[in-house]
Design a protein around this ligand. Structure first.
Ligand SMILES: [Zn+2]
Length: 133
């Protein structure tokens, strides 16, 4: 039984070499994000410690700034974690052969585009068409 889908079927296949290229790009991207995430976490810990250490003698404004900084860092860390998850999902889909194809026309999305935007689901020309609508 044919499964109804509005997504365009992939056109052609990718060479193993190309798949590997995408995989490497994604893994690199994930490592970068992971590093940033770790840095962000230690920043949060540092800010937290700082706040605990001198909250006794701090004036209100100072405490406010530090709380704000910490919240900023937490938001950043959260965003990074989300992006890491997206890249990991992309890697899973790549393993299943479902990653890197334009959802609209079924053409292969260029490796460079995928490396820059791991969540890209459209090729450049379809993306432009979409934006023009
Ligand atoms: Zn397309």
């Amino acid at each position: 039984m044919a499964k109804a889908t509005e997504k365009a079927a992939p056109k052609g296949t990718r060479s193993a070499e190309e798949t590997e290229q995408i995989r490497v790009a994604l893994v690199e991207r994930r490592d970068e994000l992971q590093e940033e995430y770790d840095r962000s976490l230690s920043e949060i810990t540092a800010l937290q410690r700082e706040r605990l250490e001198d909250s006794a003698g701090d004036d209100q404004a100072d405490t406010g700034t530090k709380t704000f900084e910490r919240e900023q860092e937490i938001t950043l860390a959260h965003n990074l974690l989300e992006r890491i998850t997206q890249v990991e999902r992309a890697l899973e889909r790549l393993g299943e052969g479902n990653y890197g194809w334009c959802e609209r026309c079924g053409n292969a999305i260029p490796v460079e585009r995928l490396a820059a935007f791991p969540v890209a689901t459209l090729c450049v020309s379809c993306k432009q068409l979409e934006e023009r609508r």
